[in-house]
Design a protein around this ligand. Sequence first.
Ligand code: 2AL
Length: 165
Amino acid sequence: MELAEFNRADHETAIAVLRPCVDVTRWCETIVDHRPYTSVDALIVTASEAASPFRADEIEAALAHHPRIGERADGSSREASMSRSEQAGVDPADAAVQDALREGNHAYEERFGQVFLIRAAGRRADEILASLQTRLTHTDDEEASIVAQQLREIALLRLKGVITA
Ligand code: 2AL
């Protein structure tokens, strides 16, 4: 959707455009309430501020929408297709990568009690795996701040994809 159209869309339509970026109602409402925007950059500034920080409960709810790395989202929703393109660097036919991810995801979930989240766009599978291994050594606090940062990056990248100049 073009920015001009987003600026004049009714409230419900505007929220529906944002929600697939990250399902955090406060974030969507803040962005919609600050309309109109004079540029996409101005929109990104507001979106970034509203994501800094996401609260722990918001992160927990939003994580449920993200498929594990290596698990292709199915369906034709905007959210699923964005996830698939973000994970384009992870080859579903590469059995060694798939095995390592399955093991790593499992270890991460055992350790932290939630899905391993990383901004996958622009990252190769080996980079993601290396990050997973490092992050397994973190404390809960260190991981909490990384997860918040990754969720913010994903949301802002998606936003740039859904609202254009
Ligand atoms: C994802 C996803 O679906 N897209 C992305 O950037 N990261 N999932 C995840 N578990 O990190």
